[in-house]
Design a protein around this ligand. Sequence first.
Ligand SMILES: C[S@@+](CC[C@H](N)C(=O)[O-])C[C@H]1O[C@@H](n2cnc3c(N)ncnc32)[C@H](O)[C@@H]1O
Length: 256
Amino acid sequence: MNELLILEIQKELEKFNHPTPLAISKEIVDFSKGNKGKIKEILKRLSNEEPWEYIRGYTYFKGNKIFVNEDVLIPRVETEEIVDIAKNYIKKGFQIFDVGTGSGCIAIALSKIFENDIFAIDINKKTLQVTKKNIRLNNSKNVQIINANLLNFDFNTNIPTVIIANLPYLPTKNIKKLQDSVKKYEPISALDGGEKGYEIYVNLLKQIKNQNINLKFCIFEIEPSTSKYFKENNFEIRKDNFNRERFAIIRPIHLK
Ligand SMILES: C[S@@+](CC[C@H](N)C(=O)[O-])C[C@H]1O[C@@H](n2cnc3c(N)ncnc32)[C@H](O)[C@@H]1O
């Protein structure tokens, strides 16, 4: 019975060229508990390009359930790789800053691996309401929320520090080229990185230098088309699983 319903939904999704009809038709049946009225409403919202994650209200990141709404960016699969890179370098006693935490996905994933103090920082108060829900949901007791513009808050600069950041990194001119599902529903304030795209990272690096932080390393998620700036500064560039230059690793020696 359900198989037929799944097939029916899949066909409806294909009619308006939904990008992942096969993957989500079963999830839609489970979520709506087979209620045809609800399925109809979901299909209507999907046909308007609303992301499935916002309709359902959650997604998964590194296996952790993460609530999402239009106040937070939907965590992307490539961002999971930041956690894999970071976990090779983090040591006991380091404090970890997740700058631009959004849903809190990175901080929460790291809290499942490390007992270190983790600070989930975001400039947007509404975003942090979702972060708070996710921290509770995942019982991430070592994650503390900070509402700040980058590192503009009081902390102990002597403690060895790791900075992970997936800040807005798209050049402003690229925003209009985004697909409707992103442009219409996801927070532009989580995407727009200024004229060149990497301005917020430049500000963060200035703060790190000026505050004389005991930095161990930084990992930034970047827009591949802006990698030239990071290479010119001799930062290490790593590719993501799609073979795009996606991460910059910065060590104290680079900031001398
Ligand atoms: C690309 S989203 C990333 C969210 C999450 N870390 C992830 O990987 O899915 C960027 C986040 O940075 C936040 N942000 C933008 N400018 C900021 C700033 N100056 N200081 C702190 N957070 C900022 C936005 O509110 C948004 O939540």
